[in-house]
Design a protein around this ligand. Structure first.
Ligand code: F6P
Length: 508
């Protein structure tokens, strides 16, 4: 599909010289120079506090980035996104995950609401045992069809106790075996989640799950399958009954799809009210992103800081540490969102990007990571902007000291990275400091705040893409490897000597 003329114009590369010319003012000096710094670089949205004051953004950087955003027509691109225009130009599609939350073109919002009503109807029917007794939900999907629901259930599902949900993604049979080990095949439903309904891993795992049911005497295994897909015809062809297909729109991208029927396991496990609260929280963030001035706009400020470090200070990675076990899957979720969206070398109209694309997203949980990787963050030679996430309301019932220590550690790490400590006598014990961090503090972790948090990351990714001129919504980079694996499986591919030898060693 060819790019639209509109986008072609919008891609005209904005001038980055003002960003590249920004002076390097140490964080301590930025604080000293501006008594209002904390207030002007913090913002609160939907129960989440965002503190960007420990980044090197300051009045001059903000002016430069807002000018860049104007030159890149960020406002126009944002409106194009929300109003359902074809912004995924390489695939000729609109991008309508916000319509799932009720923010978008009227027609798209109505269509998403109808799909949600269908999902809710099926969940009610399952709860009423229309498919027989159900205790376990086996969700099979990969990438965007797994990471989102998995994050939601892991973060929010601790106490729901409604259904036992297992999410299986890897084609490695160990994953499926482990998931079904404790499941009763007669009380299990299988949710096959695939936007395209063509993904090898998902279809093979689904087939093996059906075999497992058959082997255990389940009479009509297909009768216990639900398809979550944007390709209902393919699901029907595969054997799923039309009544158990939960469709969503082609314009909802895989890594943006947890709001659609791909969120089914979360909706059934956490309950419909929780799923709606998740959508409402995301919608609050959508409205904030759409209506708030860029200098107080959380996704825009975060993207400006990201771009400052990648484009001006040549940071190659960014690290995300959740100081909350419930958010332990967030770094993996963000890896797909950020790296699959913005890990590109060409602009949306096919020109060489000519500058750094998305940084490598990595991370883990605090405080564990402090004892494993923080050495490099404090004293290594790489510049790594760090993001700390915490939740004020504890998720555990233990003595208060656990949670207090957890949060105090997050805050102290940010302070130490910034302050550093000189040691003229012993360089090994010196900390250079001036290392940037962002802190995101949730009042509590509930469906509303989690929805808003995920939407924040989506829009932050979009802002970076818009300023770089990247199409954040395709992922052709993953195709070549898939194609070669298919060809190798058929034995129809000539490989290099190393690969040929590996295949011979493994399969004879
Ligand atoms: O291989 C990458 C990818 O296309 C992701 O973008 C997507 O989320 C995942 O595979 C799964 O695709 P599907 O939902 O079509 O099975």
């Amino acid at each position: 599909m060819r790019c639209t003329a509109k986008w072609r114009q919008a891609v005209t590369t904005p001038d980055w010289t003002a960003i590249e010319a920004l002076p390097h003012t140490p964080l301590k000096d930025l604080f000293a120079a501006d008594a209002n710094r904390l207030a002007s670089l913090s913002t609160d949205v939907a129960g989440i506090h965002f503190d960007f004051s420990k980044t090197h953004l300051g009045p001059q950087a903000l002016d430069a980035f807002t000018a860049l955003a104007k030159a890149a027509d960020l406002a126009g691109k944002r409106e194009a996104l929300f109003s359902g225009e074809v912004v995924n130009v390489t695939e000729g599609r609109a991008v309508e995950h916000t319509a799932e939350r009720g923010e978008g073109a009227d027609e798209s919002v109505a269509r998403a609401a109808a799909f949600h009503a269908r999902m809710r109807g099926l969940i009610d029917a399952i709860e009423g045992e229309a498919l027989g007794p159900v205790a376990h939900v086996l969700h099979i999907g990969i990438g965007g069809s797994a990471l989102g629901p998995e994050l939601l259930i892991d973060a929010l599902g601790r106490e729901s106790g409604r259904y036992d949900v297992a999410i299986v993604s890897n084609i490695d049979g160990c994953a499926l075996e482990e998931a079904i080990a404790s499941f009763d095949p007669h009380a299990t439903i299988i949710a096959v989640a695939s936007k395209t309904f063509t993904t090898t891993e998902t279809l093979l795992n689904a087939q093996s799950a059906l075999d497992w049911m058959r082997e255990h005497g389940v009479e009509d295994p297909y009768g216990r399958v639900i398809a979550l897909t944007a390709a209902p015809d393919k699901a029907i062809e595969w054997g799923v009954d039309e009544t158990r297909i939960l469709p969503f729109g082609e314009s909802v991208g895989g890594r943006y799809s947890l709001w659609s029927s791909i969120g089914f396991p979360a909706a059934i496990a956490l309950g419909w009210d929780a799923f709606e609260a998740l959508l409402d929280g995301a919608a609050e963030m959508d409205r904030h992103f759409r209506l708030t001035d860029l200098k107080s706009n959380a996704p825009a400020l975060a993207a400006f800081a990201d771009l400052y470090y990648t484009q001006h200070r040549h940071a190659e990675t960014r690290a995300v540490f959740a100081y909350d076990e419930r958010l332990r899957l967030l770094p993996s979720y963000l890896q797909q969102l950020e790296m699959e969206s913005n890990g590109k070398s060409v602009t949306a109209d096919g020109q060489p990007l000519g500058r750094a694309s998305a940084p490598i997203t990595w991370g883990g949980v605090g405080t564990d990571a402090q004892h494993a990787v923080f050495q490099l963050l404090h004293q290594g030679t790489h510049l790594v902007p760090v993001e700390f996430l915490g939740v004020i309301e504890p998720g555990d019932m233990l003595a208060e000291d656990h949670h207090r220590q957890l949060l105090i550690n997050a805050f102290a790490q940010g302070a130490a990275l910034m302050a550093g400590r000189a040691n003229a006598d012993d360089p090994a014990r010196a900390y250079p400091g001036d290392r940037p961090s962002t802190t995101i503090l949730l009042d509590e972790l509930d469906p509303r705040t989690l929805g808003a948090l995920i939407a924040f990351y989506e829009h932050r990714t979009f802002v970076s893409a818009a300023l770089l001129g990247i199409n954040a919504f395709d992922q052709f980079g993953v195709e070549l490897g898939k194609e070669m694996a298919r060809a190798a499986d058929r034995g129809g591919q000539d490989f290099d000597p190393s690969t040929t030898d590996l295949i011979r060693r493994a399969f004879g």
